[in-house]
Design a protein. Structure first.
Length: 267
């Protein structure tokens, strides 16, 4: 099975090597393609730098990768990297996309803004199952713990992963034997931080950030992670909701009697 490994912390992040080794140890064919520079907060953006109409890509190994693993530094957000991979930009289309290991947790509805999660969601829109992995510290000391939990989750994804679905794994930064276990978890209301906006003079805005009171949502991904659990959440890529009841309208130029009869029904 072919696995693309990417991230939003950049090609030199040790977390990238952790995930690549997880995939290699599982016996998969691995290709690494990651942003040349940090792209945190990029969501599933399709931003990239071009030169003469070509996306800028440099063959460059991530530190610690074994010889023979194709590795590329790309002047692009991780969402675009996954998009390009889906169209054969880094060899055959991958069967799975791994994104991370991210520095810092990606929990709650704030995952909307995460480049780590965004890469996996971008892949899922092209029928490629994705796994985003994050460790709950900005300067982690226990990268190996993230790898320890990522391996069985990857195995499960390969065996049971669904189309248009993404798994989001968050791991505490502590030795693996000190983690309380892995729990399925719903998203917290927002995430690890909340923002407040203050209007200043001349129309300028100031953002301030504060930690969320985790104890208010103890059984969410953020709450469980703070209490020492690794958490796993399944996310759905954007898709059509066939059960939605929505209005439909005829052309403004339609006859009024026809319009009244046709509102809410398709021709």
């Amino acid at each position: 099975m072919r696995v693309l490994v990417t991230n939003d912390d950049g090609i030199d992040s040790p977390g990238l090597t952790v995930l690549a080794r997880v995939a290699l140890d599982a016996g998969h064919d691995v290709v690494v393609a990651a942003p040349q520079r940090e792209s945190s907060g990029a969501s599933a953006s399709l931003l990239g730098a071009e030169k003469d109409g070509r996306l800028m890509v440099e063959a460059r190994p991530s530190p610690g990768l074994p010889d023979g693993v194709p590795s590329f530094a790309v002047r692009a957000a991780p969402g675009l990297i996954a998009f390009v991979a889906a169209y054969g930009g880094f060899g055959p289309k991958p069967d799975v996309v791994l994104s991370g290991v991210n520095r810092g947790a990606n929990t709650g509805h704030a995952v909307l803004h995460s480049g780590t999660v965004g890469a996996a969601l971008s892949a899922a829109t092209h029928d490629i199952p994705g796994l985003a992995v994050s460790i709950a510290e900005q300067d982690p000391r226990h990268w190996e713990t993230a790898g320890w939990f990522a391996r069985p989750v990857l195995d499960w994804l390969v065996a049971h992963g669904e189309r248009h679905r993404v798994l989001n794994l968050n791991v505490p930064d502590r030795p693996a034997d000190e983690v309380r276990g892995l729990r399925k978890a719903p998203l917290a209301s927002f995430g690890a931080v909340q923002a407040r906006v203050h209007e200043l003079e001349h129309g300028d805005l100031q953002l301030t950030y504060a930690d969320v009171e985790i104890t208010r949502e103890p059984d969410t991904d953020a709450g469980l992670l703070a209490r020492g659990w690794a958490t796993l959440t399944q996310l759905r890529a954007p898709c059509f909701d066939a059960d939605a009841t929505l209005p439909e309208l005829p052309s403004p130029g339609a006859d009024q009697s026809t319009a009244e009869a046709s509102v809410g029904s398709a021709p």
